[in-house]
Design a protein around this ligand. Structure first.
Ligand SMILES: Nc1ncnc2c1ncn2[C@@H]1O[C@H](COP(=O)(O)OP(=O)(O)OP(=O)(O)O)[C@@H](O)[C@H]1O
Ligand SMILES: [Mg+2]
Length: 268
């Protein structure tokens, strides 16, 4: 079964189904009884005020946090407790709210680290540049070069990441996530702190990734213009609870969402 969304995008079967997820840290309830699904090829946005539990939700999806209650169904199977590296091996890649790159390493080397979960020959074999490892290295390099071209960052490939302006660092982080060739890509505020032009570029890249690689995307974003433009469906969180879920226009007109989030000027 597939559906055509308001964006004109065709989405498929449910890829990820979060069922009644609850997560707390000591006395702090970060997530309370949250359910929603993500369909293949969808761009699914998560919005809500600061501290609502958005990043925690992504951390649950890629195995950084383990919810005390609830169940995660991925590709139709209940997923067992999983470490982030296993999640990565199972096709889940992400970027972080605070850029997590090796600042002293070049753009190219940072993106190469995104291939780690796909490297069969161990690091030692790769280090001594030996037989199968060499062939594998060549293949990984080619993939990384393809992503560098795709995100238009050829001119900075040898630059240490720490020397780049913030907007470009965000793009490099996206490149590293793409290097893992994920089926599901989790983006935590990929446009935060960007100027208009940088935002426009990032929107275009996200749409291109979704369209050309068929990647399913879960995106946390505060800019409602962006959310309205690129997402198929939106989940709204507030104080760890889900208060809205639906097409962008529907969510935007929801009185409870307006009261808790859109009407107020308390975010960022
Ligand atoms: N590792 C942790 N230990 C303790 N509390 C945490 C931890 N991670 C998140 N929390 C708490 O869980 C709640 C939700 O935080 P989370 O970072 O998920 O919110 P958010 O919606 O991403 O907010 P923001 O828009 O500011 O990024 C907050 O009260 C936060 O303090
Ligand atoms: Mg967050």
């Amino acid at each position: 079964m597939s559906e055509v969304r308001n964006t004109g995008r065709k989405t498929g079967e449910v890829l990820l189904d979060l069922q009644r997820i609850s997560l707390s840290f000591g006395g702090v309830k970060a997530l309370t009884d949250i359910s929603f699904d993500v369909r293949e090829h969808e761009i699914r946005a998560i919005i809500g005020p600061n501290g609502a539990g958005k990043s925690s939700m992504l951390n649950v999806i890629n195995g950084v946090y383990h919810p005390q209650h609830g169940q995660i169904v991925f590709r139709g199977k209940v997923r067992q407790r999983m470490h982030p590296t296993e999640a990565a091996r199972n096709g889940v890649a992400r970027t972080f709210q605070n850029i997590a790159l090796f600042k002293g390493m070049t753009v190219l080397d940072n993106i190469m680290t995104g291939r780690n979960t796909r490297m069969r020959s161990g690091l030692i074999a790769n280090a001594i540049w030996w037989g199968p490892a060499r062939r594998e290295e060549t293949m990984h390099r080619a993939k990384v070069e393809e992503i560098i071209d795709f995100l238009e960052i050829q001119h900075i490939r040898k630059t240490p990441v720490g020397r780049l302006p913030y907007g470009l660092q965000k793009r490099v982080e996206l490149a590293r996530a793409l290097a893992a060739e994920p089926e599901l890509l989790l983006l935590d505020e990929p446009m935060a702190g960007m100027n208009l032009e940088e935002k426009r570029d990032m929107c275009r890249f996200i749409l291109d990734v979704n369209e050309q690689f068929g990647t399913t995307i879960v995106l946390i974003e505060h800019d409602m213009g962006v959310v309205m433009d690129i997402s198929d469906r939106v989940v709204v969180l507030d104080y760890g609870k889900k208060i809205g879920d639906g097409a962008p226009a529907q969510v935007k007109a929801d009185p409870e969402v307006i009261r808790a989030y859109l009407g107020a000027a308390h975010h960022h």
